[in-house]
Design a protein around this ligand. Structure first.
Ligand SMILES: CCCCC/C=C/CC(=O)SCCNC(=O)CCNC(=O)[C@H](O)C(C)(C)COP(=O)(O)OP(=O)(O)OC[C@H]1O[C@@H](n2cnc3c(N)ncnc32)[C@H](O)[C@@H]1OP(=O)(O)O
Length: 397
């Protein structure tokens, strides 16, 4: 069909008084039960101009046809030539209304606009004008703006370490983001850290002790990582500072990773008596080659942002001073790309890997459950909790 610009569609509705000057009762933008008055019709024409989203060619043609039918009556002008694509499409839409009475066309126009009005626009399509908080949770803040859903680790006093509750909150945020109106989803951290990984007190504060924490942990971890494997939209990490443990390994499941030059990437699993998770035992060797992946996953070699970029884990590194501005400007531009095209391309990219990733995730979780109950791991966690050891430092006895 001929392309009809949104500007053209808006021009089909002559400028009249602003709809918001009228009391709601007069506007009748809910489902009408009476015949639409001339005033309702004029209000609806103004309402069209307030729509934030282009409703698409079909709807725009329908609006045009109903407008013409309601004002001029049945179409009796000559059909435009075959090469005048836009006017031909408009003529055909109008002509298709045949002898529909003017009053009915006016009513149908008001009904159609009602279904597109800002309130239904927001609820049916999840439109978010200003930065809108979309999920209430203390340590995970989810907001949506400019086609981007932002999921932020928000526990800066604990370097954004992830508690059991935060795993649940993130899963919920991803579930919502997969169907909301945003084109892309972005993770970032509040404060100086991106994230310090799993909260090590998850294991020590569980009521039933390590046994219970390990069982619960394996189930939660598997479900948590699955929600990243299956996430359908482009997933981007904006790594604002150091990243540790699971916040690093998950990056292998992201579509793009942008890092500040003050970010570092550290997976001290052996220091903690643990083993890799989030499919990193599979994704890291593929991303960075087996030799570098071994250094990172077995020996806990911490990578700078530039090293992580050179080894393919990070897409691009930005100077700290311009990081936020540059990255968000870029992401806002990406979020304007056709969302269905991005989803379909991501699906193609991930399709052949999905089954393998689920398999790897399951195996890593089983392995980790046993690791969490090992002396090596329990000692390392106890050392951290009693402040005898910090990341990467040999444990004192
Ligand atoms: C469902 C279960 C899934 C499990 C999945 C498994 C994942 C594996 C991993 O993620 S392994 C990685 C685990 N993370 C760590 O080992 C990091 C431990 N933290 C540190 O080594 C340091 O805190 C640091 C290097 C991140 C930062 O050091 P710094 O000196 O700058 O700051 P502090 O140590 O004073 O930290 C400030 C407060 O934050 C608390 N904290 C930091 N990280 C964690 C953490 N991962 N778990 C729990 N708490 C953490 C730290 O204890 C300080 O709290 P305090 O001020 O109350 O003492």
């Amino acid at each position: 069909m001929a392309a009809v610009t949104w500007r053209q569609a808006r021009c089909w509705c002559p400028s009249l008084l602003q709809v918001f000057r009228f009391p709601v009762a007069q506007v009748h933008l809910g489902r009408p039960t009476m015949r639409a008055s001339q005033q309702d019709f004029e209000n609806a024409m103004n309402q069209v101009k307030l729509l934030k989203q282009d409703p698409g060619n079909q709807v725009k043609l329908k609006l045009y046809a109903l407008y013409k039918q309601a004002t001029d009556g049945p179409c009796n002008v000559p059909k435009p030539g075959v090469f005048d694509l836009v006017n031909k499409a408009k003529w055909e839409a109008w002509n298709a209304l045949g002898s529909l009475p003017k009053e009915t066309a006016r009513q149908n126009y008001v009904d159609l606009v009602s279904s597109l009005s800002p309130s239904s626009e927001a609820s049916s399509q999840g439109t978010h004008g200003a930065d809108e908080k979309v999920q209430e949770s203390k340590d995970i803040v989810v907001s949506s703006e400019d086609g981007i859903t932002k999921i932020m680790f928000n526990r800066p006093t604990k370097k954004n370490a992830i508690t059991f509750q935060m795993y649940q909150d993130i899963m919920l945020a991803l579930k919502n983001a997969s169907t909301d109106n945003s084109a892309i989803t972005v993770f970032t951290g509040a404060g100086d850290y991106y994230c310090s990984g799993n909260d090590l007190t998850n294991f020590t504060s569980a009521a039933g002790g390590m046994e219970e924490a390990a069982s619960k942990g394996a189930v939660v971890l598997r479900e948590f990582v699955n929600s990243f494997i299956d996430f359908p939209k482009p997933l981007v990490a904006v790594v604002n500072g150091p990243a540790v443990g699971i916040s690093v390994t998950l990056l292998g499941l992201f579509d793009a990773v942008y890092a500040s030059d003050k970010a570092t990437f550290h997976t001290p699993f052996s220091h903690l008596g643990q083993s890799p998770e989030a499919c990193s035992s599979y994704t890291f060797p593929r991303i960075m080659g087996s030799a570098k992946a071994a250094e990172v996953l077995l020996f806990g070699k911490k990578l700078t942002a530039r090293e992580a970029c050179a080894h393919g884990l990070v897409s691009e590194v930005f100077p700290e001073s311009t990081f936020e501005k540059e990255v968000w400007t870029r992401l806002r531009a990406y979020a304007k790309l056709p969302p269905n095209s991005m989803r379909i391309s991501k699906e193609l990219i991930r399709k052949n890997e999905k089954e393998k990733l689920h398999e790897v995730n399951a195996e890593e979780c089983t392995t980790l459950k046993a690791r969490w109950l090992s002396d090596e791991c329990i000692n390392a966690i106890m050392n951290f909790v009693s402040r005898k050891a910090k990341l990467g430092r040999p444990q004192s006895s």
